[in-house]
Design a protein around this ligand. Structure first.
Ligand code: GCO
Length: 452
């Protein structure tokens, strides 16, 4: 079987998030974030882990970026901590925060690594949560102002922006399921939060485009999974379609078309979401690219006891899983890419996250031989190639993630990195998957034999 060749100029990067790697949680004028507060609250994170130090990227960024360059990566996705830049979320700007990100970005540029910057990867300033959090519509304006500040300050160096990381996850897990910060349990508030975030997305994208520096491309990184019905029954199939619209398109149809997809079991979106006159015009801001964060697929069944979407998630049974328990289902990636290609023709796609959790650590020889990760990556990246062959315009792949890091409610237990991090000593060891990915990034050729 011939290797799959990716085009010249294809981006081979990694993805990361401020709270998961930086540490320095209260240094140089940084304000408290909802994740600081949440992780400092006993019982919220496994083993009481916090991101206070994490991978200490705040101090070690130059070495880490140097290592990315050694591995031959040509792009890296980072996020900015809003409270590091605006400690209270609005008003005063912390120059030291902006300076830190300037140094990070300059280090990348000096090493020919293209910076791809996400404005928000979940670390909301705690003061804004105290003012009601994302269910409070005012946050859309604060977010727009923050976007303007960073685009003016960094836009001479940063040309590729993402407004949000996984808007669905932080609104639903943060305000409805309570397992992520701020840990609230109110579905009504969660839906309100989704509407504020939709407003914030449209308004921030316009602010970046209108800033004094011209961006090359602005998008968002969406959590996405193809949704499969548990059975072929009409009920399950329509449940799967509702979940697809809610999970995959709630923040995407809005920004692209200025319209919510109909996803509720009963009633239309207007019955459930308070949409004010003019909102949908603020929300619509067609993206220059669509970022797909994908880890697995979703399997669902009809469930009338869920009065909102009428859906429950089920396990397919007997599936291969990662250490997080997520099903390994590589075709999910090509299926999703082709779905997005069909629904939003002509818009370039980037895989903005894909990866897996396996706990392998250093063996007696000091090496980290994480063959399960290599196998996972090989199979998923092959699906990117297959989708491109079938006509999808995919321009880059950002692997989640570089160093093992703070995995939210799981703390340091789930390791997603291609570089092992010893959280006591901060020692880094490039895993076998890291060496494998480096070969791929350098050659653009994936040795994939589906028979193996
Ligand atoms: C997300 C985030 C990342 C996670 C990764 C693994 O998708 O939840 O973007 O911050 O760490 O996805 O769960």
């Amino acid at each position: 079987m011939a290797p799959i060749s990716f085009p010249k100029g294809f981006l081979w990067g990694i993805a990361s998030a401020s709270y998961q790697i930086e540490g320095g949680w209260n240094e140089d004028g940084k304000g408290e974030s909802v994740w600081d507060r949440f992780s400092h609250t006993p019982g919220k994170i496994k083993r009481g882990d916090t991101g206070d130090v994490a991978c200490d990227f705040y101090h070690r960024y130059a070495d880490d970026i140097g290592l990315m360059a050694e591995l031959g990566l040509n792009a890296a996705r980072i996020s900015l901590s809003w409270p590091r830049i605006m400690p209270a979320g609005k008003g005063a700007v912390n120059q030291k925060g902006l300076d830190f990100y300037r140094r990070v970005v300059d280090e990348m540029l000096a090493r020919n690594i293209q910076p791809w910057v996400t404005l928000y990867h979940w670390d909301l300033p705690q003061t804004l949560e105290d003012a009601g959090g994302w269910p409070n519509r005012d946050l859309a304006e604060y977010f727009r102002d923050y976007a303007g500040v960073v685009a003016d300050a960094l836009g001479d160096r940063v040309k590729h922006w993402m407004a949000f990381n996984e808007p669905w996850i932080f609104t639903i897990l943060g305000y409805h399921l309570g397992i992520h910060a701020p840990g609230r349990h109110d579905i009504g508030d969660a839906i309100k939060a989704t509407h504020t975030v939709n407003l914030a997305q449209g308004m921030a994208i316009k602010a970046i485009r209108e800033s004094k520096n011209r961006p090359e491309a602005v998008g968002t990184a969406f959590s996405m999974s193809p949704v499969h019905p548990e059975t072929g029954s009409l009920e399950d199939r329509t449940a799967a379609e509702r979940w697809h619209r809610f999970y995959n398109k709630w923040f995407l149809d809005t920004v692209m078309h200025g319209k919510y997809p109909e996803a509720y079991l009963n009633g239309s979106v207007e019955d459930h979401v308070e949409i004010r006159a003019g909102d949908m015009d603020l929300i619509k801001a067609p993206l220059d690219f669509i970022g797909i964060n994908l880890y697995t697929r979703a399997v669902v069944a009809h469930d009338s006891s869920d009065r909102y979407m009428g859906v429950k998630q089920v396990r397919p049974g007997g599936e291969e899983v990662t250490e997080f328990g997520w099903e390994v289902y590589p075709q999910a990636l090509s299926e999703m890419i082709l779905h997005v290609t069909k629904d939003y023709p002509g818009i370039p796609i980037y895989v903005t996250e894909n990866g897996c959790s396996y706990g392998d650590g250093p063996g007696a020889d000091g090496k980290v031989n994480d063959q399960r990760r290599v196998s996972f990556l090989r199979r998923f990246i092959a699906e990117v190639g297959h989708a491109m062959k079938a006509g999808a315009d995919v321009r880059g792949y950002f692997l989640w993630t570089f160093t093992d890091n703070f995995e939210w409610a799981e703390g340091f237990q789930q390791r997603f990195g291609i570089v092992h991090c010893d959280f006591k000593t901060q020692r880094r060891i490039v895993k076998e998957s890291g060496h494998w990915y480096a070969r791929l990034a350098r050659s653009g050729a994936l040795d994939f034999d589906p028979v193996i």
